[in-house]
Design a protein around this ligand. Structure first.
Ligand code: CAA
Length: 283
Protein backbone atom coordinates (compact mmCIF):
# COMPACT_ATOMS: atom_id res chain seq x y z
CA UNK A 1 0.00 0.00 0.00
CA UNK A 2 1.29 3.46 -0.84
CA UNK A 3 0.58 6.23 1.63
CA UNK A 4 -0.29 9.47 -0.14
CA UNK A 5 -2.65 11.30 2.15
CA UNK A 6 -2.13 11.53 5.92
CA UNK A 7 -4.76 12.69 8.40
CA UNK A 8 -3.79 14.24 11.71
CA UNK A 9 -6.40 14.59 14.46
CA UNK A 10 -5.49 17.51 16.71
CA UNK A 11 -3.35 20.51 15.85
CA UNK A 12 -1.84 21.26 19.27
CA UNK A 13 1.87 21.10 19.98
CA UNK A 14 2.23 17.45 18.90
CA UNK A 15 -0.39 17.41 16.12
CA UNK A 16 1.00 20.53 14.45
CA UNK A 17 4.53 19.08 14.61
CA UNK A 18 3.35 15.79 13.09
CA UNK A 19 1.41 17.59 10.34
CA UNK A 20 4.45 19.76 9.57
CA UNK A 21 6.87 16.84 9.36
CA UNK A 22 4.46 14.88 7.10
CA UNK A 23 3.91 17.86 4.76
CA UNK A 24 7.68 18.53 4.62
CA UNK A 25 8.16 14.87 3.61
CA UNK A 26 5.82 15.23 0.62
CA UNK A 27 2.51 13.89 1.98
CA UNK A 28 -0.84 15.55 1.44
CA UNK A 29 -1.97 16.36 4.98
CA UNK A 30 -5.43 16.97 6.39
CA UNK A 31 -5.47 18.19 9.97
CA UNK A 32 -8.54 18.44 12.17
CA UNK A 33 -9.22 20.59 15.20
CA UNK A 34 -12.37 20.98 17.28
CA UNK A 35 -12.93 24.67 16.48
CA UNK A 36 -11.67 27.23 13.99
CA UNK A 37 -9.71 29.27 16.56
CA UNK A 38 -7.66 26.22 17.61
CA UNK A 39 -7.20 25.17 13.99
CA UNK A 40 -5.91 28.62 13.04
CA UNK A 41 -3.58 28.66 16.06
CA UNK A 42 -2.16 25.28 15.03
CA UNK A 43 -1.70 26.26 11.36
CA UNK A 44 -0.03 29.52 12.47
CA UNK A 45 2.38 27.49 14.63
CA UNK A 46 3.27 25.33 11.61
CA UNK A 47 3.82 28.37 9.36
CA UNK A 48 6.03 29.99 12.02
CA UNK A 49 8.08 26.80 12.33
CA UNK A 50 8.46 26.58 8.51
CA UNK A 51 9.54 30.25 8.38
CA UNK A 52 12.13 29.53 11.10
CA UNK A 53 13.43 26.55 9.11
CA UNK A 54 13.79 28.81 6.04
CA UNK A 55 15.56 31.55 8.03
CA UNK A 56 18.00 28.95 9.44
CA UNK A 57 18.77 27.69 5.91
CA UNK A 58 17.22 24.24 6.55
CA UNK A 59 14.83 24.55 3.61
CA UNK A 60 14.15 26.97 0.74
CA UNK A 61 11.18 29.34 0.66
CA UNK A 62 9.84 27.34 -2.30
CA UNK A 63 9.97 24.08 -0.29
CA UNK A 64 8.21 25.77 2.63
CA UNK A 65 5.50 27.10 0.27
CA UNK A 66 5.04 23.61 -1.19
CA UNK A 67 4.70 22.13 2.31
CA UNK A 68 2.09 24.76 3.20
CA UNK A 69 0.19 24.03 -0.02
CA UNK A 70 0.07 20.31 0.86
CA UNK A 71 -1.71 21.04 4.16
CA UNK A 72 -5.43 21.55 4.67
CA UNK A 73 -7.45 22.07 7.82
CA UNK A 74 -10.90 20.80 8.72
CA UNK A 75 -13.28 20.68 11.68
CA UNK A 76 -14.92 17.46 10.50
CA UNK A 77 -13.64 13.88 10.77
CA UNK A 78 -16.00 12.94 7.92
CA UNK A 79 -13.47 14.67 5.58
CA UNK A 80 -10.88 11.93 6.30
CA UNK A 81 -12.51 9.55 3.78
CA UNK A 82 -9.51 9.48 1.42
CA UNK A 83 -6.71 9.26 4.01
CA UNK A 84 -4.38 6.25 3.86
CA UNK A 85 -3.05 6.76 7.38
CA UNK A 86 -4.35 8.82 10.30
CA UNK A 87 -2.36 9.84 13.36
CA UNK A 88 -4.56 10.79 16.30
CA UNK A 89 -2.92 13.44 18.49
CA UNK A 90 -5.95 14.66 20.42
CA UNK A 91 -6.09 15.18 24.17
CA UNK A 92 -5.00 12.31 26.41
CA UNK A 93 -8.51 11.20 27.33
CA UNK A 94 -9.49 7.60 26.57
CA UNK A 95 -13.22 8.30 26.15
CA UNK A 96 -12.48 11.03 23.56
CA UNK A 97 -9.89 8.89 21.79
CA UNK A 98 -12.35 5.97 21.56
CA UNK A 99 -14.99 8.26 20.06
CA UNK A 100 -12.46 9.46 17.47
CA UNK A 101 -11.30 5.92 16.67
CA UNK A 102 -14.87 4.65 16.27
CA UNK A 103 -15.82 7.54 13.97
CA UNK A 104 -12.65 7.25 11.90
CA UNK A 105 -13.18 3.50 11.54
CA UNK A 106 -16.51 4.15 9.86
CA UNK A 107 -15.15 6.94 7.62
CA UNK A 108 -11.75 5.62 6.51
CA UNK A 109 -11.20 3.36 3.50
CA UNK A 110 -10.70 -0.34 4.36
CA UNK A 111 -6.94 -0.24 3.69
CA UNK A 112 -6.24 2.77 5.97
CA UNK A 113 -4.01 2.55 9.05
CA UNK A 114 -5.16 4.16 12.28
CA UNK A 115 -2.47 5.30 14.74
CA UNK A 116 -2.39 7.10 18.07
CA UNK A 117 0.35 9.42 19.27
CA UNK A 118 -0.60 8.65 22.87
CA UNK A 119 2.29 8.68 25.34
CA UNK A 120 0.71 6.44 27.96
CA UNK A 121 -2.80 5.23 27.16
CA UNK A 122 -3.65 1.68 26.08
CA UNK A 123 -3.60 1.40 22.28
CA UNK A 124 -5.39 -1.98 22.42
CA UNK A 125 -8.36 -0.26 24.09
CA UNK A 126 -8.53 2.23 21.17
CA UNK A 127 -8.28 -0.66 18.68
CA UNK A 128 -11.15 -2.44 20.46
CA UNK A 129 -13.73 0.08 19.22
CA UNK A 130 -12.73 -0.44 15.56
CA UNK A 131 -13.22 -3.31 13.12
CA UNK A 132 -9.60 -2.98 11.97
CA UNK A 133 -7.54 -4.01 15.02
CA UNK A 134 -4.87 -5.42 12.68
CA UNK A 135 -4.39 -1.90 11.25
CA UNK A 136 -4.12 -0.05 14.57
CA UNK A 137 -0.84 0.86 16.29
CA UNK A 138 0.81 3.60 18.32
CA UNK A 139 3.10 6.05 16.52
CA UNK A 140 4.62 8.07 19.33
CA UNK A 141 6.52 11.22 18.33
CA UNK A 142 8.66 13.39 20.62
CA UNK A 143 8.52 17.12 21.30
CA UNK A 144 9.64 19.16 19.35
CA UNK A 145 8.54 16.82 16.56
CA UNK A 146 10.53 18.48 13.72
CA UNK A 147 13.76 18.17 15.76
CA UNK A 148 13.51 14.93 17.73
CA UNK A 149 14.73 12.03 15.55
CA UNK A 150 12.81 9.19 17.23
CA UNK A 151 9.51 7.46 16.62
CA UNK A 152 8.35 4.83 19.07
CA UNK A 153 5.98 2.29 17.49
CA UNK A 154 3.54 0.59 19.81
CA UNK A 155 2.43 -2.82 18.64
CA UNK A 156 -0.66 -4.41 20.15
CA UNK A 157 -1.44 -8.11 20.10
CA UNK A 158 -3.80 -7.36 17.18
CA UNK A 159 -1.41 -5.31 14.97
CA UNK A 160 -0.42 -7.22 11.81
CA UNK A 161 3.09 -7.65 10.36
CA UNK A 162 1.89 -5.84 7.23
CA UNK A 163 0.82 -2.79 9.26
CA UNK A 164 4.21 -2.72 11.02
CA UNK A 165 5.99 -2.89 7.64
CA UNK A 166 3.95 0.00 6.24
CA UNK A 167 4.51 2.01 9.43
CA UNK A 168 8.26 1.46 9.15
CA UNK A 169 8.28 2.68 5.55
CA UNK A 170 6.27 5.73 6.65
CA UNK A 171 8.63 6.50 9.58
CA UNK A 172 11.68 6.13 7.34
CA UNK A 173 10.13 8.52 4.80
CA UNK A 174 9.88 11.13 7.59
CA UNK A 175 13.61 10.71 8.25
CA UNK A 176 13.03 9.29 11.75
CA UNK A 177 14.75 6.44 13.56
CA UNK A 178 12.26 3.88 14.85
CA UNK A 179 11.98 1.60 17.84
CA UNK A 180 9.13 -0.78 18.66
CA UNK A 181 7.57 -1.51 22.04
CA UNK A 182 4.71 -3.69 23.24
CA UNK A 183 1.50 -1.94 24.26
CA UNK A 184 2.37 -1.47 27.94
CA UNK A 185 2.06 1.81 29.92
CA UNK A 186 4.94 4.18 29.13
CA UNK A 187 6.29 2.00 26.28
CA UNK A 188 10.12 2.37 26.34
CA UNK A 189 10.85 6.09 26.70
CA UNK A 190 8.35 7.10 29.38
CA UNK A 191 8.84 3.83 31.28
CA UNK A 192 12.44 4.99 31.84
CA UNK A 193 11.88 8.76 31.81
CA UNK A 194 9.07 9.02 34.38
CA UNK A 195 10.82 7.44 37.40
CA UNK A 196 13.83 9.71 36.69
CA UNK A 197 11.71 12.88 36.39
CA UNK A 198 9.59 12.01 39.45
CA UNK A 199 12.75 11.32 41.47
CA UNK A 200 14.10 14.75 40.53
CA UNK A 201 10.94 16.33 41.98
CA UNK A 202 11.30 14.12 45.12
CA UNK A 203 14.86 15.21 45.78
CA UNK A 204 14.00 18.88 45.17
CA UNK A 205 10.95 18.56 47.46
CA UNK A 206 13.15 16.95 50.15
CA UNK A 207 15.69 19.77 49.96
CA UNK A 208 18.64 17.71 48.72
CA UNK A 209 19.70 20.46 46.31
CA UNK A 210 18.37 23.60 44.61
CA UNK A 211 16.43 23.20 41.36
CA UNK A 212 19.23 24.95 39.48
CA UNK A 213 21.86 22.57 40.89
CA UNK A 214 19.75 19.48 40.12
CA UNK A 215 19.40 20.66 36.51
CA UNK A 216 23.02 21.74 36.13
CA UNK A 217 24.25 18.43 37.58
CA UNK A 218 22.39 16.42 34.93
CA UNK A 219 22.93 18.90 32.08
CA UNK A 220 26.70 19.11 32.54
CA UNK A 221 27.40 15.90 34.46
CA UNK A 222 25.57 13.63 32.01
CA UNK A 223 25.48 15.90 28.96
CA UNK A 224 21.66 15.83 28.70
CA UNK A 225 20.32 18.81 26.69
CA UNK A 226 18.12 19.77 29.66
CA UNK A 227 18.09 18.92 33.36
CA UNK A 228 15.01 17.02 34.64
CA UNK A 229 13.11 20.01 36.08
CA UNK A 230 13.70 22.09 32.93
CA UNK A 231 12.50 19.08 30.92
CA UNK A 232 9.40 18.83 33.12
CA UNK A 233 8.63 22.50 32.39
CA UNK A 234 9.24 21.82 28.68
CA UNK A 235 6.97 18.75 28.44
CA UNK A 236 4.34 20.20 30.82
CA UNK A 237 3.80 19.28 34.47
CA UNK A 238 0.19 18.27 33.75
CA UNK A 239 1.29 15.98 30.91
CA UNK A 240 3.93 14.29 33.10
CA UNK A 241 1.48 13.91 35.98
CA UNK A 242 -1.07 12.36 33.63
CA UNK A 243 1.51 9.87 32.32
CA UNK A 244 2.76 9.02 35.83
CA UNK A 245 -0.80 8.48 37.09
CA UNK A 246 -1.65 6.26 34.11
CA UNK A 247 1.48 4.17 34.75
CA UNK A 248 0.84 3.98 38.51
CA UNK A 249 -2.78 2.98 37.88
CA UNK A 250 -1.66 -0.03 35.86
CA UNK A 251 1.57 -1.12 37.60
CA UNK A 252 0.82 0.01 41.20
CA UNK A 253 4.57 0.47 41.52
CA UNK A 254 5.95 3.24 43.78
CA UNK A 255 8.42 4.23 41.05
CA UNK A 256 5.51 5.84 39.16
CA UNK A 257 3.84 7.51 42.16
CA UNK A 258 3.67 11.28 41.63
CA UNK A 259 5.33 13.35 44.39
CA UNK A 260 2.88 15.59 46.33
CA UNK A 261 4.63 18.75 45.05
CA UNK A 262 4.05 17.84 41.39
CA UNK A 263 0.31 17.31 41.94
CA UNK A 264 0.02 20.58 43.87
CA UNK A 265 1.90 22.58 41.23
CA UNK A 266 -0.50 21.25 38.58
CA UNK A 267 -3.49 22.16 40.77
CA UNK A 268 -2.01 25.65 41.19
CA UNK A 269 -1.78 26.04 37.40
CA UNK A 270 2.02 25.94 37.35
CA UNK A 271 2.20 23.76 34.26
CA UNK A 272 5.62 24.82 32.93
CA UNK A 273 6.41 26.78 29.77
CA UNK A 274 2.86 26.57 28.43
CA UNK A 275 1.43 28.47 31.44
CA UNK A 276 4.42 30.81 31.88
CA UNK A 277 5.43 29.27 35.21
CA UNK A 278 6.56 25.87 36.43
CA UNK A 279 9.78 25.18 38.28
CA UNK A 280 11.08 28.30 36.49
CA UNK A 281 9.43 31.56 35.48
CA UNK A 282 8.87 32.15 31.73
CA UNK A 283 6.78 35.30 31.96
N1 CAA B 1 10.45 23.39 16.29
C1 CAA B 1 11.38 23.29 15.33
N2 CAA B 1 12.71 23.39 15.55
C2 CAA B 1 13.11 23.67 16.81
C3 CAA B 1 12.20 23.81 17.87
C4 CAA B 1 10.82 23.65 17.58
N3 CAA B 1 9.87 23.74 18.52
N4 CAA B 1 12.90 24.06 18.99
C5 CAA B 1 14.21 24.09 18.65
N5 CAA B 1 14.34 23.82 17.34
C6 CAA B 1 15.58 23.67 16.58
C7 CAA B 1 16.29 24.98 16.42
O1 CAA B 1 15.84 25.64 15.25
C8 CAA B 1 17.74 24.56 16.33
O2 CAA B 1 18.05 24.12 15.01
P1 CAA B 1 19.54 24.35 14.38
O3 CAA B 1 20.52 23.97 15.45
O4 CAA B 1 19.55 23.46 13.18
O5 CAA B 1 19.58 25.78 14.03
C9 CAA B 1 17.83 23.34 17.22
O6 CAA B 1 16.48 22.82 17.34
C10 CAA B 1 18.37 23.68 18.58
O7 CAA B 1 17.55 24.71 19.12
P2 CAA B 1 18.06 25.90 20.01
O8 CAA B 1 19.48 26.25 19.66
O9 CAA B 1 17.05 27.00 19.97
O10 CAA B 1 17.96 25.35 21.50
P3 CAA B 1 18.60 24.07 22.15
O11 CAA B 1 19.95 23.78 21.59
O12 CAA B 1 18.42 24.26 23.60
O13 CAA B 1 17.63 22.88 21.66
C11 CAA B 1 15.85 21.43 22.13
C12 CAA B 1 16.28 22.88 21.99
C13 CAA B 1 15.95 20.71 20.79
C14 CAA B 1 14.40 21.45 22.58
C15 CAA B 1 16.79 20.72 23.17
O14 CAA B 1 16.88 21.48 24.34
C16 CAA B 1 16.36 19.33 23.52
O15 CAA B 1 16.62 18.38 22.79
N6 CAA B 1 15.69 19.18 24.70
C17 CAA B 1 15.17 17.89 25.15
C18 CAA B 1 13.86 17.63 24.45
C19 CAA B 1 13.28 16.33 24.86
O16 CAA B 1 13.77 15.58 25.68
N7 CAA B 1 12.12 16.01 24.25
C20 CAA B 1 11.38 14.82 24.57
C21 CAA B 1 10.36 15.15 25.61
S1 CAA B 1 9.47 13.72 26.07
C22 CAA B 1 8.26 13.59 24.91
O17 CAA B 1 8.09 14.39 24.02
C23 CAA B 1 7.42 12.38 24.98
C24 CAA B 1 6.42 12.25 26.00
O18 CAA B 1 5.62 11.36 25.87
C25 CAA B 1 6.37 13.09 27.22
Amino acid sequence: MEIKRVGVVGCGLMGSGIAEVCARSGYEVLVREVNSALLQKGLDRINKSLAKAVSRGKMSQEEADQATARMQGTLDLADFGDCDLVVEAAIENMAIKKEIFAELDSVLPAHAILASNTSSLCVTEMASVTRRGDKVLGIHFFNPVPVMPLIEFVRTILTSDETMEIAHEFGASLGKTMVTAKDTPGFIVNRLLMPYILDAVHIYENGLASKEDIDTAIHLGLNHPMGPLTLLDFVGLDTCLFIADAMYEEYKDARYAAPPLLRRMVLAGHLGRKSGKGFYDYS
